[in-house]
Structure formats: structure tokens, C-alpha cells
Design a protein around this ligand. Structure first.
Ligand SMILES: [Zn+2]
Length: 238
């Protein structure tokens, strides 16, 4: 049996190392994309902390403005009252009295608005705090995932390096003609598996039925044989 042949067993070992190396390389190639996606998510989350506190900042600014306006109206009222003490004519006194009443009603309006703003500030402060806590937790989680990707990258590079040494060793243990067929097959297929067992007269690589010639070459002549459909090296597991 070809599958019992020591050389062929060495080829199967080489094949399994090549497959593993290929799959690790694929994973390594996809890592930068995953890393960039995570970095992007982290940046967006951090930005949304600023957005969550925007309303609070706006309200606080409005409160300060109102505070200033109320103080200024209060000062105007005091000035008009002082003038009242100095005027002699009744109509002048009355005009000042009207101005003071207007100012007082303006001050009342501003004070009412300030109360509303202060209530909103309380709500906004709580909302911002909850949002900030949630986002911070998400950022911590994302940053943890990012570190894991860095670790995985190092691990993959190390594993690929180790495998490449094992592959070199494996290649010295396969006879040259067999290795040549294998390397040609690898070039044609570009994607593993390059060797596939035949099951129920079907190549398990392409799932198509192989010809009787292929079966006889494998079973009777016990030669290194390729699937006549996909070109993979085929064998029968016994
Ligand atoms: Zn096939």
C-alpha cells in the first residue's frame, strides 16, 4: 500500500506541516485588518465620551450667561433706585419706577429660566456619567482585545518560524521525485490540501469521482498518483 510506504508517510507529514503553516500565515495576514478595525472602534468610543458630555457643557455655559445677566439687571435696578432718590419731579420718579418694574420682571424671567436650566444640568450630568462609565468599560474591553491581537501576532510569527524549520527537515526526508510531484501540485493548486484520500472512489479534495485508471494506479501499481479531476495527489487510507 502506498499509504504504508515510509516515503509516502514522510510526504504526508510534510503536507500536514505545509497546511498548518499556510493556515497560520493566512491568520497572520488578516491580523492588520482586525487591528485597524479595533483601533477605529476605540477612537469612535473615545469620541463618543466627548459627545455624551456636550449637552452638559452647553447647559453649564447657558447657566453662567444667565447668572451674569441676572447680576447685571440687579445692578441696573440699584442704579435706578439711587436716581429716584435724587429726582425732584413726580413724572421723572414715575418713569424710573416703570423702568425698575420692567427690569424686575426681566430678572424674574431670567431666574425662572435659570431654575429650568439647573434641573436640566442635573439630568444631563447623570446621563453623561452613565454614558461615560459604559463607554469607558467598552474601551477597556476593546483595548484588551487589541493587546490579545498583538500577542497573537507574536505567537503566530514564532509558530511559523518553528514550522518552517520542521518543513525544511521534512523536505529532506522525502525522496526527490516524490517531492517534485508534490511541489508541482502545490503550485497548480495554490490552496491546500494538496494531497487527498480517495473515499468511495471519490477524491476527497474535489469530491469528484476518479477514473478506474487512477484507482488501479493507486491500488494495484501503488504509484504516486494525481486526481484526474483536480490534480491533487490521491491515496487510499487503509
Ligand atoms: Zn480531485
Amino acid at each position: 500500500m502506498l499509504s504504508n510506504n515510509a516515503e509516502f508517510k514522510n510526504l504526508l507529514l510534510l503536507h500536514s506541516r505545509d497546511r498548518r503553516s499556510k493556515s497560520l500565515e493566512n491568520e497572520l495576514q488578516n491580523l492588520p485588518k482586525a487591528m485597524a478595525a479595533l483601533d477605529h472602534s476605540i477612537a469612535i468610543e473615545k469620541e463618543s465620551i466627548a459627545i455624551a458630555t456636550t449637552e452638559l457643557r452647553t447647559l453649564e455655559t447657558r447657566n453662567k450667561t444667565l447668572e451674569g445677566e441676572i447680576t447685571s439687571i440687579g445692578e441696573q435696578i440699584i442704579r435706578q433706585k439711587n436716581k429716584q432718590l435724587e429726582v425732584k419731579k413726580n413724572e421723572e420718579y414715575q418713569a424710573l419706577e416703570n423702568e425698575i418694574a420692567n427690569l424686575a420682571s426681566k430678572a424674574n424671567e431670567k431666574e425662572d429660566e435659570q431654575i429650568e436650566v439647573l434641573i436640566k444640568i442635573d439630568d444631563a450630568r447623570q446621563t453623561a456619567k452613565i454614558a461615560e462609565e459604559k463607554i469607558t468599560l467598552r474601551v477597556i474591553d476593546l483595548e484588551k482585545q487589541r493587546v490579545e491581537l498583538d500577542d497573537r501576532e507574536n505567537e503566530l510569527k514564532q509558530n511559523i518560524e518553528e514550522l518552517s524549520q520542521e518543513i525544511s527537515l521534512s523536505r529532506t526526508e522525502v525522496e526527490v521525485p516524490m517531492l517534485e510531484v508534490y511541489d508541482r501540485t502545490k503550485k497548480i493548486l495554490t490552496k491546500p490540501p494538496y494531497i487527498a484520500p480517495i473515499e468511495d472512489q471519490k477524491c476527497s479534495g474535489c469530491n469528484l469521482r476518479v477514473s478506474n485508471d487512477v484507482i488501479s494506479s493507486v491500488l494495484v501499481e501503488q504509484k504516486l498518483t494525481q486526481c484526474d479531476q483536480c490534480g491533487r495527489i490521491v491515496y487510499v487510507e487503509r
